[in-house]
Ligand binder design. Structure first.
Ligand SMILES: [Zn+2]
Length: 237
């Protein structure tokens, strides 16, 4: 199975800019990480670009069509004039096609992994990369570059890695890849260092994080990486 990954924007087109970041750099970085993650599950990967170059939307779609790709993923970050707009959303051509089922899996996995606001899956039949590609296609907006709290996370390479892992997990599961479940059960168990949960416990105790009883209880049982990131997100907002 072949997957074409498009890093949004590039070259003369920086995409959205905010908080010292340029969208084209974030999208390229996440795209390359995502490609590596998907390769681990045996998917064959092609890229629209692996360097800082501009390719227009119709050529992007034609590249994916020409590759004989079975799935198309375009990586973006969002922007708004209001700095309070935040969260992750996934766009697809139609909410009734197969693409929306895959997009839904990707969206919910990203929300679990990041704790970001869930803006849902949205229909965008007007976007060239979605309406001119001949395979299921989605465009993922990994948070708002114009939001302080989103952009702090988006800039971090471990956050980008986590997004790449969440997307590949969703796709692997959707296509019934058996290696995915094992990998992720292991990862959730081992990924949070003790000092992080201890630090969070102290923040909860001191009242900096609200809902003390809820979080103390959670941290005694099993807190996921997504929940930890969600808490950190609340702190920087
Ligand atoms: Zn974009």
């Amino acid at each position: 199975m072949k997957i074409h990954i498009n890093a949004g924007h590039g070259g003369k087109d920086p995409g959205a800019c905010g908080n010292g970041l340029q969208e084209k750099n974030i999208t390229l970085s996440v795209t390359l990480l995502l490609g590596e993650e998907l390769k681990k599950y045996g998917f064959e990967i092609s890229y629209t670009r692996t360097t800082d170059t501009y390719i227009d939307p119709l050529n992007i779609a034609q590249k994916a069509n020409g590759d004989g790709s079975d799935l198309f993923i375009s990586i973006h970050t969002n922007a708004a004039t209001s700095i309070s707009a935040n969260g992750i959303e996934t766009l697809c051509y139609s909410l009734s096609g197969e693409e929306s089922k895959i997009a839904q899996c990707v969206q919910s996995e990203l929300i679990t992994a990041t704790g970001f606001t869930d803006r849902g899956v949205k229909e965008r039949s007007d976007l060239v990369v979605l309406n001119s590609t001949s395979m299921p296609a989605m465009l993922i907006e990994l948070g708002f570059i114009t939001s302080k709290s989103d952009s702090i996370m988006i800039a971090k390479s471990n956050f980008q890695q986590r997004c790449a892992q969440a997307i590949s997990k969703a796709i692997g599961e959707y296509y019934g890849n058996s290696k995915v479940k094992e990998d992720y059960e292991m990862r959730e168990k081992t990924e949070i260092p003790q000092w992080q949960t201890d630090g969070l416990r102290n923040l909860v105790k001191s009242g900096i994080i609200a809902d003390e009883a809820y979080w103390s209880n959670k941290m005694d049982k099993s807190v996921t990486v997504g929940e930890v990131l969600g808490l950190i997100g609340k702190l920087v907002k």
